[in-house]
Design a protein around this ligand. Sequence first.
Ligand code: CU
Length: 610
Amino acid sequence: RVLFLALWRVAPVAAIAAAFDESACDRRVTWDLRDWVVDFLRPTVDLGGKAVRRAPFDISTANKKAALLVNGSYPGPTLEAEEGELVCVKVVNNLLAEPVAIHWHGLHMRGSPSMDGVYGVTQAGIPAQGGVFTYRFRPNAGTHFYHAHMQALQADRGLKGAIVVRAKSDPHRHLYQEERIIALSDEYANPDVCLRAEGAQPGNPVCVEIDKASWNGQWGDGSAEYPWPEVTVERGKCYRLRFIGMMGQAQNFQIEIAGHNMTLIAVDGADVEPIMLSRFNLHAGERADVVVCADQAAGNYLMTATYDLACFLETAPAPRMPRVDSCRFWAFLNYAGHMDSPGQASRKLLGGYNPPHGTGGGTAPAAVAGFAWDTNLLSSWSLVRNLHPVPEPEKADVTYVLDVGVAGPSFDAGVSPYASSDRMYMFTEVRPWRKPQTPLLHTRGQCGADGVPFITVGDDARVVELVINNLSPTAHVLHLHGMRFTVVNYASYSESWCSNAHFECFFLPLGVAKPLHCHNARAGDPGTKFPYDAYWGCPYDAARDRGSQNLKNPLQKDMISLWRRSWAVIRFRAENPGTWLFHCHMEQHIPTGQIMAFNIRPKDHPPVPP
Ligand SMILES: [Cu+2]
């Protein structure tokens, strides 16, 4: 029996090694995944002095985090590649107890859907204690990131990092001399406690809405132990700043840099016409590449990431939503050679902090110019344009209407079986995610997939349209695997009756909203009880809403923030055969089931390698 188990353990590894010739790889990296205990405020950054990286036994108990690290680093090592070359990433899972799968967020895996890294859809987990799997793919250009896609909490515990794929010819190359990655993430000492779906209320983590956030794996408050994170630049040079929204639960950060205009050049890895911004809203899972020129007097210039939805919790906690210490997280753009250190932020009387002051030229930064870009607003969708227009035909070949909501029955403590109550869904009917018995790709969806919410797109459909109705009081950040989509229409409620200023929109009963704001308001699952009776929305109505659609040059994305009680219409081309996930990227909405899949042209699926 022991021998049998041993063979079972090594067999998959041997099979992969035999079937795959590593010498074909243009670029090869090996990633060693390990459990390690870190300080959650600065997991692997070592700044020397008082801010040295500490051994696990030297970290204060409150700051200890049981992390999962790639090659001992958080974020994991940046995967850099050239567009189109064969990249081979050998993942050695040396975790003690957990299988893993790694997803390549933003890479389309064209022709290699089996490398998408989604547990239960494209693969089984790579076994713990030594399991090996080599992902190999030819990446599309852009700023992307990788993260665990076995179960969502693994990414919050550390399994994520940046991907930079350089284009063969970059149309914006003349605008900058150098590059910097700026990966933003929310941080919890115990994400496996704080972000657990069980025990949470809607939109409300078990702990606080946001605790801390990091810039490239470092949180700071200007103290000797936790200095401000810095992005260092040389005066006179222009930089491509690759912003990556690696947050697990925080829906977004509003990004600003004092004294410096930002020129947006790429969105979710796709080039756009350069446009000057004073501020932009970066949602979880989104990427925004901006050019910033270090053309001011030497100094430290404040960089701000604001989780705006959480700011009211600094001063006025709502029922079941504890107070947050700060909704703002700061770093400094530091001119190389400027050695002054900015001071700490001062506390406001009622909660939150006043921003820290810059130094040198950063003490009195010039006013910034440009648009405040925020894709929660209908008006922002026409502001930014694809560099290479993607016109849409008048009519799609097929349209699917997806609802986002909560399925009853409501949780009954001690009685409800696991994952049977208050599930979230995003599908053509009330059907939360259920993991296929065999990875969906391996069966082409033909067996072991009873009750799994997936749509098979056949040979006759190329232009696929999705009408997505958010029948819930919270926004969702949706991500499509395998391809980009275009956003052809977006509701304007975020600019009117359900805007940020209208806080009561969260609690508005359906019966009140219907005559006032939305004649076709509709509940998700009428079987749900309080607090889920707040789960309704104002769905898309073609006759009423078609007027605002943009078919000429709709923006390409692979993420979309779907506003509260609101709708969006997106389209994609069914040109990449495979099984592709479409899901909410918020930590707690993943295990609760806000996931579906597209099974695209199953007859044309490339074979799954042995
Ligand atoms: Cu969601």
